[in-house]
Design a protein around this ligand. Structure first.
Ligand SMILES: *Cc1c(COP(=O)(O)O)cnc(C)c1O
Length: 395
């Protein structure tokens, strides 16, 4: 079927790229060793720190988020090092699989893919580890496969209460630029992110924000590494350059995205995401469907995962919505494959775009013959109307 008007890209990353960012990238490439590049390099290397809320260096790679995961591992960890990970969902499982490939010894706290990490379990594991064999705690901040956050400040507190020296490595790939995140204040040692989610950029940039303690661990770590080596980045970065060819046009986009985020204000941006997420949950509740995340305080502001009623295929429903209404919804990942779908509400999105997306979901459910109650879109509209200045947000 031929469609007119914009495609609704409602997956939880890549998220739609704003016109301003597209225009900022629509330029002839320049000499990455020349003087004009240094201006751009310095701008993005300084600007990116404000999004991670850190005064420490943020390393920028031409890579996917997966590359930035690997960078975090090879810089601070070595084969046979013990690490603690938590099975929050598909992305936690993939990072764990990568840790296995690097022959890390992973103590993997099992999970049901419907909750964030339990800081008390992390604390108990660390208290047990009297010999301080655990070198790192590795967690996913926003589990994009389920729509559950993990409380990073409470995980930091758990590590500190156990008086344990483990590093805290956080995957904030889908949360940076959408959900509140404070690398320094929250005591993260390495925060991993990528360009195509909250940053509203095309895929292709990976980030590592690195604490003093993580740099010290990297200097002492003998694991062979080259492309991902943090140390190789630092000297050229200080002058606004990179050791190899950077993704110049994506960096122009990054500079524009950072400017847009600051024009809105980080706190306004976080509140906008919370409001759209709350309205989405109102729709799901009104439909009588189940939200994947069972951990209310940790509902994701970035996406909402929705369980399909038993006997109904989430992918068949998504195909009907795509074919008829030109909307891409996130598929169920890993063991949620076919059983759940995900509504992305992150990045360059506003209430009317959300209402359009929820309309596509509601019509798709109806056409797919999924049992549900009508009125989800209306419930979301009421939630958005109520959430105006002077009216307290109803959870
Ligand atoms: C998207 C995502 C990844 C993977 O990033 P890629 O850019 O696809 O390699 C990892 N973790 C989380 C939480 C994600 O949302």
């Amino acid at each position: 079927m031929q469609h007119q008007g914009p495609h609704f890209l409602q997956i939880p990353g890549p998220s739609p790229v704003p016109d301003r960012v597209l225009r900022a990238m629509d330029r002839q490439v320049i000499d990455h060793r020349g003087p004009a590049f240094a201006v751009l390099g310095k701008e993005v290397l300084a600007g990116i720190k404000t999004i991670f809320q850190t005064t420490q260096p943020v390393i920028i790679y031409p890579s996917s988020g997966t590359g930035a995961w690997e960078a975090a591992i090879v810089n601070v960890l070595a084969a046979s090092d013990k690490v603690l990970m938590v099975e929050t969902g598909h992305f936690a499982a993939l990072w764990k699989k990568m840790a296995d490939r690097f022959q890390l010894e992973v103590d993997y706290i099992p999970g049901d893919w419907r909750h964030g990490c339990d800081p008390a379990q992390i604390e108990a594991k660390l208290v047990e580890d009297k010999g301080h064999k655990i070198k790192a705690v590795m967690v996913v901040h926003n589990e994009t496969s389920t729509g559950a956050l993990s409380n990073i400040p409470n995980i930091r507190k758990a590590i500190d209460s156990a008086n344990h020296p483990a590093l805290l490595l956080v995957d904030a790939i889908s949360s940076l630029g959408s959900a509140e995140y404070k690398h320094d204040e929250w005591g993260a040692d390495v925060t991993v992110s990528g360009s195509q989610k909250g940053f509203m950029l095309p895929p292709g940039l990976g980030f590592n924000a690195v604490s003093e303690k993580a740099f010290a661990a990297a200097r002492a770590n003998k694991t062979p590494r080259s492309y991902w080596d943090w140390e190789d980045m630092l000297a050229p970065n200080a002058a606004g350059y990179f050791p190899s060819t950077p993704a110049t046009n994506l960096l122009w986009g990054l500079a524009e995205a950072i400017a847009m985020i600051h024009e809105e204000g980080l706190n306004n941006l976080f509140a906008r995401h919370q409001k759209l997420a709350a309205a989405t949950r109102k729709a799901v509740e009104a439909w009588g469907l189940e939200i994947v995340c069972l951990d209310k305080p940790n509902y994701s502001p970035i996406l909402t995962g929705v369980m399909m009623p038993p006997g109904h295929d989430a992918d068949a429903f998504r195909k009907i919505a795509l074919d008829n209404f030109n909307i891409s919804l996130g598929m169920g990942l890993g063991k949620l494959g076919g059983k759940a779908f995900r509504i992305g509400h992150l990045g360059d999105i506003n209430p009317l775009m959300l209402i359009g997306a929820l309309g596509g979901v509601e019509m798709g459910l109806s056409m797919a013959g999924v049992p549900f109650r009508a009125g989800g879109v209306q419930a979301a509209m009421r939630a958005l109307e109520e959430d105006r200045p002077g009216n307290a947000l109803k959870a």
